[in-house]
Design a protein around this ligand. Structure first.
Ligand code: SF4
Ligand code: SF4
Length: 354
């Protein structure tokens, strides 16, 4: 059983401040009318009432990341000979993502397989990931578009988190799930959690019962490959998409990137930036050929990656955590859960739960 603790509401601020004294802490902050993760400081307005508009993936996989700097010079005696010096920074600070949601924490598990659990791990991702603890808040409510239980998660799911916190009437129930989580619980100087567990469980179960499940397939929807290959299906479903790419940037499990070298005459930096498969130029080849020239093909790839290709490669794991952001924030209200539900219905393996 997990180690547990309880923090009364009046000690909540001091708890976060105590963590920030020992690590870089990223918290969801109100910025205008949106909530985004920022480094903790006393003058930020923290917001735990609703999930952040964008997930905290950028803490471990920054939107724009300098991989290394380089200097190069030519041998004055032999211009064919170029000397290159690389400067790489791979020491990452101790970091806590505080106030993520269970779907956000699960998103990092989707990243871990291709970026860390391979023979050639990505040193930038791995370095930050190992230095980072994830403190998750269980959801107190459901939100437009979310469907975490339909893809095997839940509003109090512990998978991927080091600590799970559930807000109670008078305070916060804290469960330390991993060794990193136990360290955080120790730092919290929390009261005993015994006596608060039943209230936390009751709250968690009440929210879980309200999450919609458009697939009704025990968290394992299967999609019809025949319908998946139908151009007509995608053209009909995606006619309203405007290829803005918001769905990829706001998705906790989308991990595509581009690499650019930004140089002046003798020095420069190699930079990795987020990219998205919903953009026309994403697959544009130097020859001018584009294997996915239409938005239908691009969205088909996006859904295929999450519900077909990734599960095929990684033992059935679905690369969507059901956070619903791509539904909430799509300017054209394209709904991936509705689309997958239609794809799934054709298999006859499940009924539509809507
Ligand atoms: S957010 Fe909506 S409109 Fe924008 S690319 Fe994604 S599906 Fe298309
Ligand atoms: S595909 Fe949509 S619902 Fe699924 S994890 Fe990404 S943003 Fe969330």
């Amino acid at each position: 059983m997990a180690d547990t603790g309880f923090i009364p509401k009046e000690k909540w601020g001091a708890f976060i401040e105590g963590l920030a004294a020992k690590a870089q802490v990223w918290v969801p902050c109100l910025d205008g009318d949106v909530v985004i993760f920022k480094p903790y400081s006393k003058d930020q307005t923290l917001c735990f009432e609703r999930p952040a508009n964008s997930p905290p993936k950028g803490v471990i996989f920054p939107q724009s990341d300098t991989l290394f700097a380089f200097n190069f010079s030519k041998d004055p005696e032999n211009p064919q000979k170029v000397m290159v010096e690389l400067e790489e920074k791979l020491d990452f600070p101790k970091t806590i993502i505080f106030g993520s949601r269970p779907c956000d924490a699960k998103g990092f598990l989707i990243y871990d397989r291709p970026y860390m659990q391979t023979d050639t791990p990505d040193p930038y991702y791995k370095g930050r990931r190992e230095q980072t603890a994830i403190v998750t808040m269980s959801c107190q409510s459901t939100y437009a578009g979310c469907f975490c239980t339909a893809v095997g998660g839940g509003p109090a799911d512990k998978e991927g988190s080091d600590v799970l916190i559930t807000e109670l009437d008078n305070g916060y129930f804290i469960e330390a799930i991993t060794d990193k989580g136990k360290e955080i619980l120790q730092q919290a100087a929390a009261e005993s959690g015994a006596g608060h567990e039943a209230e936390a469980l009751k709250k968690q179960e009440a929210v879980r019962a309200r999450v919609k499940d458009p697939f009704c397939a025990n968290g394992k929807p299967e999609i019809s490959k025949d319908l998946f290959e139908s151009d007509e299906f995608w053209e009909e479903e995606l006619s309203k998409c405007v290829s803005c790419g918001a769905c990829t940037y706001l998705c906790p499990t989308c991990y595509c990137f581009n690499i650019t070298d930004e140089t002046t005459f003798e020095k420069g930096e190699r930079i990795r930036s987020w990219d998205g498969c919903m953009y026309n130029h994403f697959t544009l080849e130097a020859s001018g050929h584009n294997p996915r020239p239409t938005k239908f093909q691009r969205f088909k790839n996006r859904v295929g990656h999450k519900f077909l290709f990734y599960p095929e490669k990684y033992n059935g794991v679905i690369a969507c955590c059901g956070c619903g952001r791509c539904i909430r924030f799509c300017p054209m209200s394209v709904d991936i859960s509705e689309i997958v539900s239609k794809l799934q219905k054709q298999t006859g393996s499940a009924s539509n739960g809507k």
